[in-house]
Design a protein around this ligand. Sequence first.
Ligand SMILES: *Cc1c(COP(=O)(O)O)cnc(C)c1O
Length: 389
Amino acid sequence: MILQNDFKRQWAEIGPDAMAAMERVGASGWYILGKEVERFETLLAEFWGAAYAVGVGNGMDAIEIALRGLGLEPGQKVLTTPFSAFATTLAIIRAEGVPVFVDVDDDGNIDLDQCREVIAQDPSLRFLVPVHLYGNTLDLDRLEALKKDFDLIIIEDCAQAIGAKFGGRHVGSVGQAAATSFYPTKNLGTLGDGGALLTDDRHLAALAKALRHYGQSSLYVHDQLGLNSRLDELHAAILADALLPRLSHWTEARRNIAQLYRTGIKNPAIRCLGPNAAADPVWHLFPILVTSGERVAVEQQLRLAEVGIGVHYPHIIPDQAALKLCRHKLPVDLSNARRLAASEITLPIHPFLSRTEVQLVIESLHISSAADAIQEPAKRPIANGQIAS
Ligand SMILES: *Cc1c(COP(=O)(O)O)cnc(C)c1O
């Protein structure tokens, strides 16, 4: 079985370093908000090129804390994408914002032109939470222009895009804050939950540190109504010693696999969702779109070959029953997001895949055309021509 994520292979690589980190934290006698979290925050901020990193309980809380820290008031609207992890929208709702959904572009990222149109028509829109989906990046130049033109407050959801760049700039550097997640499946995934908020704003970093810790500005002094959302010492130590030092190497492996897929997959019913020319993606996922009539067949071929597949995402967020329980707005139709939700399949792209396994995935996507070629010899030159092109 080729898995979407192979945590056992990851453990085989990181085990000794993770155990040493555990040993150190256990022996230190200090488990919450201490030297390990501080050290990891410094390392992460350095890696990211941000002035401050604040370790929190998970990626969703990082978004909520950023929204609250940046002054979102109850009932205020927040523009966002309908095509993401549910957590993106749930964070907005938890922060008492009202999500406003716009459609996505052909790569599944929030449609920045449509954002511009919707904001132009509704000047009360001040907040934007875009997502760098699949490890691909939004066009940071256009995002920055949007921010300047409308004086927006932007929190970039970088849960899938840690390390991704656009035009040499790190994702998360345009918004006032960025959020990321250390959920096990993420590119920098730990052995449990964790997340971080990144910012260049000293005031926001200090506020986030209070908000993650019951809104406590100093011991037993509560200036804010905060959360309990702390990254713990143990995960900070594992992240710092066993995971972060390997991230660039793992990202390279993901890029190599993406390259193999992109050159190897020649099935005309399949489109690989590609990065923008100026983007330097980190391939959190490898999404393909399959022509509607072929979807079931392609899924079946992958299952037969024991390839673990995913779907990101089968439903758009505003269609979820939970959204009936809260205010939200749909100023435009979301046909692109719906189309993607109906046709996306995610191939495995974790860094522990062997070349042979990647080849097997590619071959399993060509079974039907190979069978056609065998059954109908007359078609062969055409099929070969397609393979060679
Ligand atoms: C995983 C994810 C989140 C939530 O992160 P958690 O750590 O699970 O809370 C938010 N947004 C996106 C795009 C994600 O992929």
